[in-house]
Design a protein around this ligand. Structure first.
Ligand code: TXA
Ligand code: MG
Length: 353
């Protein structure tokens, strides 16, 4: 039902790219790796194919898709009136995990942008993604290749778990590099607005821009308030099936966090629950005496590792069949902001300590 095409991530097999491109050109939908997560692609100009993407993912039609391009000459095909600021960022960060919100070209069907007059565009830094777009010869619209509400896929196995039989093919090139999605920036506002923290830290982008970026509460993972600014951000994301409690270290620091998590675990164990704790390498030993399942997400000194393991860990958590998950929070600096955005969206209850 779903064709699985295996290839090397760095020097993709031209035959595989040709077969995948052929499926796309005929109006099919194909999952492919990028440097962030796997995407589910359709030719951007084929409205029926784009509609299939929404259906396969069970994604609400007002949550727009990112347009992926392989060369700068494709940019003027999808966006118009591109501000100078955008080019500054493009020169520095493309190809790479930065998505820019730009005025939509009339070429782009409205179904791609969920009816909006702006379009999200990025150039992925992955040989398979770039090779595929080149081979197709047109931009590819692609959301992450997971069922709506599930953690984004960082391997082809994750894609197959969620979408087998619902899509025409998946190109399997192994695990993705960053493991979290691209940073989304709206450069049309003054100052620019962060719509989603991602694989590029905001601080790096600010350095290149030479100005501060506005970070609205929803970009930190707090829901509701500013919905209208970012259609699509209103949907619950990254949710594992296991209910999650997130304990956020604030003024109390790591000691208070560990103390609270231990107390919560003991309380839930006392009423017969199966408890799983998602901890960092630095703190995991503090829970070893408890009859809980332990998952290590990475070291606090290496947030790249924590971000890379994040979605994988949320999926693993579901496989453990615990009735409750308790997860440690991280400092909101650099990739910590990206990690906390995803953890807040994934968790039912947030407990600051
Ligand atoms: O790294 C990534 O960005 C991955 C890979 C596959 O490229 N893609 C990805 O797509 O994460 P998706 O659809 O899961 O997330 C895209 C986000 C959505 O939250 C959507 O609301 C927002 O981008 N978005 C897309 N177009 C937009 C637009 N025109 N205006 C505002 N937000 C937009
Ligand atoms: Mg997604």
């Amino acid at each position: 039902m779903t064709l699985i095409l295996k290839t090397n991530p760095t020097s993709p097999d031209p035959d595989i790219l040709r077969r995948a491109a052929e499926i796309l050109r005929r109006g099919g939908i194909v999952a492919f790796p990028t440097e962030t997560v796997y995407g589910l692609g359709a030719v951007v100009y084929n409205e029926d194919a784009v509609r299939k993407v929404y259906i396969a993912k069970m994604r609400p039609p007002d949550n727009p898709l990112i347009v992926h391009i392989s060369r700068e000459s494709m940019l003027e095909e999808v966006a118009i009136n591109i501000p100078e600021k955008a080019y500054k960022l493009i020169n520095k960060f493309w190809p790479g995990p930065l998505t820019l919100i730009l005025p939509r070209s009339p070429n782009i069907p409205k179904i791609v942008t969920g009816g909006l007059d702006v379009v999200a565009v990025r150039m992925p830094a992955h040989s398979v993604a770039l090779g595929l777009i080149d081979e197709v010869g047109s931009p590819i619209a692609a959301p992450s290749a997971n069922l709506a509400g599930r953690p984004s896929p960082t391997t082809a196995e994750h894609v197959i778990r969620d979408l087998y039989g619902r899509i025409d093919a998946v190109i399997d090139a192994g695990e993705t590099l960053y493991g979290v999605e691209s940073t989304i920036l709206n450069v049309l506002t003054d100052p620019p607005t962060l719509l989603r923290p991602g694989a590029y830290p905001v601080e790096e982008i600010e350095r290149v821009l030479g100005e501060s970026i506005y970070i609205p509460p929803f970009a930190r993972g707090f829901a509701e308030a500013e919905r209208a600014l970012a259609p699509g951000m209103k949907y619950r994301h990254y949710a594992p099936e296991t209910p999650l409690l997130l304990v956020e270290p604030r003024s109390g620091g790591l000691e208070a966090m560990v103390f609270t998590i231990r107390s919560l675990a003991i309380e839930h164990l006392g009423v017969g629950e199966r408890v799983c704790i998602v901890a960092s390498a630095e703190t995991v030993d503090r829970y070893r005496d408890l009859p809980v399942e332990l998952l290590v997400i990475g070291s606090r000194r290496n947030m790249f590792e924590v971000a890379k393991n994040l979605f994988k860990t949320l999926r693993r958590l579901d496989d453990l069949n615990c009735t409750i998950g308790i997860v440690e929070g991280f400092e909101e600096r650099g990739l910590g902001l990206t990690v906390m955005n995803r953890l807040r969206k994934a968790s039912k209850t947030k407990i600051p300590v």
